[in-house]
Design a binder for this molecule. Structure first.
Ligand SMILES: [Zn+2]
Ligand SMILES: [Zn+2]
Length: 474
């Protein structure tokens, strides 16, 4: 329905505009003029969307769970810009990856800086880690972040060009126990969101020294089957052969199935690391499976990579997030050698999954008192009363518009409040208020200065007063 409404609005706007503007000469001014004269479409760019109040209960639940969990595991929050210099991403994520070659929003600023909207958060966080000298802090350093990321991707269900991520990164420790702890944390968040059917897909893609040998072997294997690969993979053979392993094209899947696997070609250090991780995961009894095809799309990963898959809906598997180790990233960006591991959760996907399995959303506290008013003086008094009661931590509703008393009481009823405080013209002059019990319908008039005590007394019988407001949003 929303779509047809938008179409209609757009049609009306288009109609009201002058027929096709003449072709304009080139140049900045002309371009600007042209942009101004183009019709405004009543929709955001493709792949982006509004998240309306009605949907926020799910988002609030997710934010609440994240806010509760990250401090427990010793993470500190960090916020980084949505825009960074483009080469930060190119250097960390790597040329030849889809993210850099196809999906990154990069542009020149007016000052001729080449910048990009962040396609993921880890690169920016690693940049911040180096810039602020966090290496001198006691290790491991744990950072949590949440916000939008941007990818010029083909929009599809649960995949948006602007989507939201929660990001967990740990710097300064290479022990596999941290890898296990990250997976445990991700699992715990899933459970707290009510998503119980998950499985972790785990793989080790080795370190630069063992990977080189493996890649040579992989390339010669794929070269021998080159004819059977899709067009993209044929070019990946030169740019990023590892990515062929997670190509979704049927023919490539078939070729990949018999390709040499990273786990069989790890150096001793990497093999032990992976073995330790699996032992920890067994100890924690976490649901996991080794997936030799899992490589993740970014260059900076070393050793452990993992994804969180929701299982259900007859075998249809969705990735809700993932991550891995990036032991060389900080060093490659100019910092001192710093092993690190991180993972991101796709919040849009999580919420889609929560809706699918009908998980509980956040229930916002309901107001239990309504303030109704009539006349200018009454409105002034009500505004003051609202502020006074709100200061006491009492959750209220009102309708300070021009509605009649009757319609205000109807609103109060709809909200299901238990008490309405009415200030009419007479009450405003007499400095009194009417307190109406919405359940029994009885009402009494009391002096204005006694309202607070009266309200508190009534509320005391039931736990109606909510605690002093805490800022939990974000
Ligand atoms: Zn290795
Ligand atoms: Zn392919």
């Amino acid at each position: 329905m929303a779509r047809t409404a938008t179409k209609k609005v757009n049609r009306i706007i288009k109609k009201s505009l002058p027929k096709k503007t003449k072709t304009l000469p080139r140049g900045n001014k002309a371009v600007k003029k042209k942009i101004v004269s183009e019709p405004i479409l009543m929709q955001p760019p493709r792949g982006m969307r509004d998240i309306l109040p009605a949907e926020q209960d799910y988002w609030n639940r997710v934010r609440m769970v994240l806010d509760k969990e990250y401090p427990k595991y010793g993470f500190g929050r960090i916020d980084i810009p949505a825009v960074e210099f483009a080469n930060l991403f190119v250097r960390s994520i790597g040329e030849g990856t889809d993210v850099i070659d196809k999906e990154m929003y990069s542009f020149l600023t007016k000052g001729k800086d080449k910048v990009a909207l962040r396609p993921e958060m880890t690169a920016g966080i690693a940049r911040a880690y180096i810039q602020h000298g966090m290496n001198v802090l006691s290790k491991p350093i744990k950072l949590f972040s949440i916000g939008p990321v941007y990818r010029y991707d083909r929009p599809q269900e649960g995949r948006y060009r602007e989507h939201f991520q929660a990001n967990f990164d740990i710097f300064g420790e290479e022990d596999a126990v941290l890898d296990a702890q990250m997976i445990q944390l991700a699992h715990r968040i899933m459970l707290n969101l009510g998503i119980k059917e998950v499985q972790f897909q785990i793989n080790s893609i080795g370190c630069p020294s063992c990977r080189k040998e493996y890649l040579d072997m992989l390339v010669s294997y794929f070269e021998s089957k080159k004819k059977k690969l899709c067009k993209t993979c044929k070019s990946r053979l030169k740019t990023n052969p590892l990515r062929i392993l997670d190509c979704k094209e049927d023919k490539c899947v078939q070729v990949s199935a018999t390709a040499p696997q990273t786990v069989d070609h790890l150096c001793e250090g990497c093999r032990n690391h992976f073995k330790n991780l699996l032992e920890y995961l067994d100890e924690l009894e976490l649901p996991y499976a080794i997936n030799p095809q899992l490589v993740r799309g970014l260059d900076y990963y070393t050793r452990t990579v993992f994804e969180i898959w929701s299982v259900g809906e007859e075998g249809k598997r969705k990735s809700l997030g993932g991550g891995g180790r990036y032991d060389k990233l900080v060093e490659s960006l100019g910092g001192e050698p710093t092993p690190a591991i991180g993972f991101a959760l796709g919040l849009d996907r999580l919420i889609m999954e929560m809706k699918r399995i009908k998980a509980k959303s956040y229930e916002s506290p309901k107001p239990r008192i309504f303030i109704a008013q009539l006349g200018n003086l009454a409105k002034k008094k009500s505004l003051k009363l609202f502020a006074n009661l709100e200061k006491e931590g009492i959750l209220l509703a009102e309708s300070f518009g021009r509605g009649s008393l009757k319609s205000q009481l109807r609103t109060a009823n709809k909200l299901g409040v238990e008490m309405t405080i009415i200030i009419g013209q007479k009450e405003a002059l007499d400095e009194t208020v009417i307190i109406k019990n919405m359940v029994t319908g009885t009402q009494e008039t009391i002096p204005q200065e006694k309202v607070l005590n009266a309200v508190k007394k009534i509320l005391k019988n039931k736990p109606m007063v909510i605690k002093k407001r805490k800022v939990t949003n974000k």
